[in-house]
Design a protein around this ligand. Structure first.
Ligand SMILES: Nc1ncnc2c1ncn2[C@@H]1O[C@H](COP(=O)(O)OP(=O)(O)O)[C@@H](O)[C@H]1O
Ligand SMILES: [Mg+2]
Length: 389
């Protein structure tokens, strides 16, 4: 029996948790769009919304949790809300497939002999007879629109369900349609008529910050791991690299935590350590917490690199400039100056641990996890300690 996982599945990025910490605002806006429905009134027009944000910012989960919440709220009026969620990238790579998918999701079969157009009209007629309300979500719509530019009009069709229903003399039972995309660029692929039917309300999903990632991981851990299996250090590390190198993609953080846990269990540990996380990442990504393990000379070299970057206003700087600034530092601060060989060995070590990035003798830069202020503070602390002894 392992000592780490209580329920491994609940750490999977495929699992949609009960709550979504740090998405309360977005969910609040979403729900408020339907406040008339929530007070028992009928909705004549399907409301169209957009969720826009980078990968792993909680858009898909929000759509699931949001519609689930809506459904729970209106149950007291005897209403049932069914969510039809379609990932366009996976489930609907052509209009025909899209309508076929939609029909299957309301338990209809789609005949191959019908055109996409006929399928849509059949679908619209069928759903008006359902004794429940519908909510439609179209995910990864930007992918679809670009790919599908040969058949424009599909987005238009989707957002015009209501009008199609109306022209058939039937009332809509679709209460809302959400389009999910990474950016708003896809709107520019639409013609003006299509774009105008999408509706104006966009709910934005900014990337999760480092602090937010720590909170989310803590919440997910409470459902999936035993107590005291992960220290704050480990969480901070995973959150930091996710934030810096993966633009806050929470899926990456969850994956790394999962793999780290698997490695820890395999090695017989009852706690996940930084070492397990590093193994899970399989690559040297520098963590700001690692600064404390560097020597005073190594810290000075990093500081000299940052100064070189500032001085030249370039991301990548030559080794000679780093050495010049390093020597300058040893003149202004009581830091031992390394000889040529030791200096180069230190550079090599900093590259190996990921604190520096080396693309050639004239192209060296520092990891984004190295912060000048923290570096300077640590150097000063250390110098004070030396002075006391
Ligand atoms: N705020 C959150 N709290 C807890 N888990 C989250 C949160 N946001 C995302 N997740 C988890 O991360 C996974 C990926 O999020 P997702 O909604 O698919 O992101 P997106 O659609 O923006 O790429 C989800 O399945 C869920 O498990
Ligand atoms: Mg998604």
């Amino acid at each position: 029996m392992g000592k780490i996982f209580r329920n491994r599945d609940k750490l999977s990025y495929k699992y949609i948790p009960e709550k979504l910490p740090h998405r309360e605002k977005q969910l609040g806006i979403f729900i408020s769009v339907f406040d008339d429905l929530l007070s028992g009134e009928k909705i004549d027009f399907p409301r169209t919304l957009q969720f826009v944000g980078v990968v792993g910012s909680g858009k898909t989960s929000s759509s699931i949790v949001g519609v689930r919440k809506l459904g729970e709220e209106i149950r007291k009026y005897g209403l049932t809300l069914k969510h039809i969620y379609v990932n366009l990238k996976i489930e609907a790579t052509s209009p025909f497939l899209l309508y076929k998918t939609l029909m299957e999701k309301v338990s209809m079969s789609a005949s191959r002999s019908l055109s996409a157009e006929e399928l849509l009209s059949k679908f619209v007629k069928k759903i008006s007879k359902l004794d429940y309300l519908l909510f439609l979500t179209f995910d990864e719509v930007d992918f679809f629109v670009r790919k599908e530019s040969k058949t424009p009009g599909i987005i238009y069709d989707i957002s015009r369900f209501y009008e199609i229903l109306n022209s058939n003399g039937i009332k809509s039972n679709i209460v809302g349609i959400t389009f999910i995309s990474r950016s708003v660029d896809w709107l520019s692929y639409l013609n003006p008529a299509e774009a105008s039917t999408i509706g104006a309300l966009s709910i934005l999903y900014p990337p999760y910050s480092k602090e937010q990632i720590v909170d989310i991981l803590e919440y997910r851990i409470s459902e999936s791991l035993y107590e005291n299996t992960v220290s704050e250090d480990v969480l901070e590390y995973i959150a930091e690299i996710t934030s810096i190198y993966r633009n806050g993609d929470i899926r990456y953080a969850l994956d790394i935590l999962l793999y780290s846990g698997i490695i820890a269990e395999y090695e017989g540990f009852s706690k996940i350590t930084l070492d397990h996380v590093r193994k899970a990442i399989g690559k040297n990504l520098f963590y700001s917490g690692d600064i404390q393990y560097l020597t005073l000379e190594e810290k000075s070299i990093l500081l000299a690199t940052i100064r070189s970057i500032q001085e030249s206003k370039r991301m990548y700087v030559p080794l000679s400039l780093i050495r010049k600034n390093y020597e300058l530092l040893t003149e202004t601060l009581p830091i031992r100056r390394l000889n040529e060989d030791s200096f180069e060995l230190s550079i090599q070590k900093l590259v190996n641990i990921g604190a520096l990035e080396f693309k050639g003798l004239t192209r060296i830069t520092v990891s984004p996890a190295v912060d000048e202020k923290i570096l300077l503070e640590k150097i000063k602390q250390e110098l004070k300690k030396i002075a006391k002894n």
